[in-house]
Design a protein around this ligand. Structure first.
Ligand code: WTA
Length: 651
């Protein structure tokens, strides 16, 4: 009897690949042995087989100056040609690259031949507007095909893109333009979100008025929202007037494998976002390898859909570079999951017969809340693989995803990685690995992961600690734009030559890895990274605020939620008659300064903050409070009565 129960429990904890799936799987278990035997030879083979090199490389890795890695550095390639022209040359010009679906229901199919043509035209326009090799171009666009075209056109001419998520404010856009010294911005008049047009060009105008560097000389504007925009004829150009008119002849040059491809800003532990720098050959190799093997891509038959916005790293690696390098057919959707009805995503899956779906746990949990009857109205039988990214996926959500969306028997892969790692690092390989709900499982072939205790000793066997990558990998970040010191300090100082990811992790008795969330002051809200310091400095910039402390509190749907504790200036207290209005004003303020994603779920106006004798705010206690727990040990507080007072104010 017990044996049977144990066996049943084991079944729930673990799912073996079905023989049918395993028989057709792209990945091969021998990849692990090959990579273990000779990691560098393994990656060199992937780079040669997955990409087209104009000049073959002879050196795989140069790690003579850690932490600055060079991969395949004497080789030359053109990233855009790898994503476009070579598929057309191979006879796949008529294959759909993008099934684009606009939020209002308009749609457009773009084939590889059309996408190549459009990228060539856009590349010519960029060159005419004076963008040259190594120049930075900021991209601030909705999820429309032109976003993909813009990124690839920049890559094609050897310029460097910095995509800024369309939900960021003018201030955030301005500081990113300044930091990268961008010379051109590509935007749209507006895009659709939640049934309305949200303006983008006006935000760019405001950002350019704020940007201190004055580096931007041209703005290229796609017409999408048809909203009214102001026009500066000396600077602004319509996409449909320039790109459509440009020549579709464009000879692509090859660039060195270490040529910069993009900068992507992400939140760190300070108030200033970091410009994470990625280069060409290594990045594209790992993006393509993981996209093919982790998602079991059969490019001739699959319809792949990654729901991420191109403004995040997931959109870079698994909407643009990985899928297009592999010649995949994919869905690109402009809007929100619930517009105009809560079944919108499932309607899209049915319409395009999506076979591979990659999304975030926060979305899955929102759908769980709405109930299974909504997806059940649609035919989801085309799905054969599901993926998850951005935060730990709790076993309940994993099981729901597999059963309600996946019909009960298809693989779910939980993929761990970061903006900095560029591509997937930890994940099951479908068809090979037994799946375990809640765990990201094992390092992919060619990647070396370990768990260390705080003093740097490896945790042997079962146990928890800090996640590190012990060997350089092809798609690793090459630095922080303009700040090599911060690059070293943030990731390499703690454990010498091992990359410190900032995540806590635990290894279970089978050797599978469970991610435990950030160990630094970075929050993860709906899979998006936010820095406590950045939101605190925004709050303190408000004329009413004297002091502010921000914590990430556990939230059922979004993973974590931003909760702020604010002390008002004495001079302001008498003017603030309504505390909830003051809290509302501060929430609004953060949304305008940083972007709606950073808007705190709650702002508590308090008289004091818990501090140690040396003046450090004890966020741990505030987190207890925000999560509705009994407040923990307060003995190290300078004044132990403070927490009682705050608790009374908050409850
Ligand atoms: C978290 C997103 C658990 C983690 C690709 C990491 C995850 C941060 C997972 C990076 C996962 C991402 N399980 N946690 N499968 N995937 N994370 O840079 O804390 O936006 O450090 O990259 O998200 O977020 P980023």
């Amino acid at each position: 009897m017990t044996v049977q129960i144990d066996h049943a429990l084991e079944e729930i904890r673990r799912f073996r690949p079905s023989p049918e799936f395993a028989a057709q799987a792209v990945a091969d278990a021998r990849l692990y042995q090959e990579a273990e035997g000779d990691r560098l030879a393994f990656w060199a083979r992937q780079a040669r087989e997955l990409l087209q090199w104009e000049k073959p490389f002879t050196r795989t890795l140069d790690w003579s100056n850690p932490p600055f890695a060079k991969w395949f550095d004497d080789g030359e390639l053109n990233v855009a040609v790898n994503c476009l022209d070579r598929h057309v040359d191979a006879g796949h010009g008529d294959r759909v690259a993008l099934h684009w679906e606009g939020e209002p229901g308009d749609s457009r199919d773009v084939t590889y031949a059309q996408l190549t043509d459009e990228v060539k035209r856009a590349a010519n326009v960029l060159t005419e507007l004076g963008v040259g090799e190594g120049d930075r171009v900021a991209i601030y666009l909705p999820m429309i095909p032109e976003a993909v075209v813009a990124m690839l056109a920049v890559a094609r001419i050897g310029a460097v893109h910095s995509v800024v998520f369309g939900g960021f404010s003018a201030d955030s856009l301005a500081s990113r333009i300044d930091d990268a010294e961008a010379s051109l911005v590509i935007t749209a008049d507006g895009g659709y979100r939640k049934g309305k047009v949200f303006p983008l060009k006006p935000v760019v105008d405001e950002a350019l008025a704020k940007a201190e560097g004055g580096t931007v000389r041209n703005v290229l504007v796609v017409r999408r929202g048809e909203n009214d925009v102001e026009w500066d004829a000396s600077r602004d150009h319509w996409w449909h007037e320039t790109v459509a008119e440009a020549s579709n002849e464009h000879e692509a040059r090859a660039f060195g494998a270490e040529h910069p491809l993009f900068i992507l800003y992400t939140s760190g532990t300070t108030g200033k976002p970091k410009g994470i720098l990625h280069t060409s050959g290594g990045y594209l190799t790992q993006a393509a390898f993981t996209h093919r093997n982790v998602f079991d891509l059969h490019p001739e038959t699959d319809v792949y859909w990654c729901t991420a916005d191109v403004g995040w790293i997931t959109g870079h690696s698994y909407v643009v570079y990985g899928p297009l390098a592999n010649g995949a057919t994919q869905v690109l959707y402009e809007g929100t999951p619930d517009t105009p009805h809560p079944g919108r995503w499932w309607e899209i899956v049915e319409k395009y017969q999506v076979s591979i779906l990659y999304t975030a746990p926060t979305a899955i949990r929102s759908f769980m809340k709405l109930g299974r009857q909504i997806p059940h109205e649609f035919n989801l039988r085309s799905l054969r693989l599901l993926g998850s990214v951005g935060e730990p996926i709790n076993p309940e959500a994993w099981i729901w995803y597999r059963h309600v969306i996946g019909g009960g028997s298809i693989p779910v892969v939980d993929t761990w990685w970061q903006t900095e790692t560029g591509a997937i690092m930890i994940s099951a390989l479908p068809g090979i690995t037994d799946l375990k709900p809640g765990s990201a499982q094992v390092a992919i072939p060619g990647i070396s992961i370990d768990i260390l205790s705080d003093d740097g000793t490896p945790v042997e066997g079962e146990g928890g600690g800090l996640l590190v990558v012990t060997e350089p990998w092809p798609s690793m970040l090459r630095g922080i734009w303009g700040d090599p010191e911060r690059f070293k300090e943030t990731y390499w100082e703690k454990f010498g030559d091992k990359y410190f990811a900032g995540d806590g992790a635990r290894r279970d008795e089978d050797g599978d890895i469970w991610l435990l969330g950030r160990v630094d002051d970075v929050m993860n809200v709906s899979g998006h990274r936010l820095s406590t310091a950045e939101i605190e400095s925004s709050l303190v910039a408000h004329p009413w605020t004297a002091e502010a402390a921000v914590v990430g509190a556990a939230d059922e749907t979004t993973g974590q939620a931003v909760v702020a504790f604010v002390i008002l200036k004495a001079s302001q207290v008498e003017h603030v008659t309504d505390v909830s209005e003051a809290a509302e004003e501060l929430r609004r303020h953060v949304a305008t300064q940083i972007g709606a994603i950073a808007r705190p779920r709650q702002v508590f106006i308090v008289n004091e903050l818990p501090k140690t004798r040396s003046g450090k705010i004890m966020r741990r206690l505030l987190r207890d409070l925000a999560e509705g727990r009994q407040v923990g040990d307060t003995t190290t507080l300078a004044d132990t009565s403070v927490m009682t007072a705050i608790t009374e104010q908050v409850r």
